[in-house]
Design a protein around this ligand. Sequence first.
Ligand code: CP3
Length: 341
Amino acid sequence: MIKNDLFLRALKGETVNRPPVWMMRQAGRYLPEFMEIKSKYDFFTRCQTPELASEITVQPIRRYGMDAAILFCDILVIPQAMNIEVQMKPNFGPYLPNPIRSQKDVDNVIVPDVKDALNYVYEAIKVTKEKLNDDIPLIGFAGSPWTILCYCVQGQGSKNFDKAKEFCFTNPMAAHQLLQKITDTTIAYLKEKVKAGCNAVQVFDSWGGMLSPVDYQEFSWQYIQQIIDALKDETPVIAFGKGCWFALGDMAKSGASALGVDWTCSAKNARYLTGGNITLQGNFDPTRLFSPPAEIKKMVHQMINDFGKDKYIVNLGHGILPNIGLDNAKAFIDAVKEYGN
Ligand code: CP3
């Protein structure tokens, strides 16, 4: 039994005294204790060493006491396990030296035995669960197949992922084969994460908003739906599509337990589009954490009033930025805990 089960209760839509809170990318570069570990070990060493990954996961919890932890790892461990080389270049981000650009490249992508290839992730989950001591739930995650394809084809981050979109629109058969391989790998991977101890999973469709509503259905949503179908009887699934407010109506009918919302969609509109019954998560503008702490607190209370305290998980509308002050992050979390007092 998990002692603080606010997050799991909100996922079930139960009535709560206050909503739970966590922050996307909470295990990261705004924390000095994270920077200390980062200075000693490269990115994938941090991901692959259970002691380090679990330590980084619990760092923000120790400091701020969020209502859920999210395992430190990255969405790009999936292409890595599929035999696609992924480097994390300092001050640059992900770099894939051999991007996928042809049917032949797709044919060479393997669907790995994830038990073997990503065993270090499940080991990190087990160590993290011990450290968390059943105080709060642990979230596991994966990127959406579309978002993973974006990196595999583009080869790096991008403002518009033009090469990824060009590949889909000029070679849709190969693109769909790649998306299906990523989907199959992701489903097996998330199932193993749940077996290892994750209490919920989130699918990050960080680049879904790059697609038109019609293309979103074809290249992103149908694959996320497969993931939800495969996981929903085993664990609550949160689907977060950045810039995907237009798809919220379909997402609400998907069997997901909750939907992530970014800051460009108002609470009222998100509730309207989703029919008012499903748990929503979000949607504080991450750059609003630059505001003075007192102002952050007021805005967070307003945000809770706008979404309603039930069927709601307080979060940012995307990941926390590295240059956010420690007191500003604290104000965000504290404001939720003080709600209703
Ligand atoms: O949320 C958490 O606290 C858990 C850890 C986590 C990381 N990446 C660690 C990380 C999670 C959930 C992710 C997901 C992720 N990774 C996404 C989806 C969420 C989002 O932000 O849209 C994406 C698109 C990636 C790919 C990725 N990884 C990028 C673009 C970068 C470089 C730019 C950046 O934001 O740092 C990474 C590297 C990365 N992943 C870092 C961390 C803490 C920073 C680099 C480092 O620590 O050396």
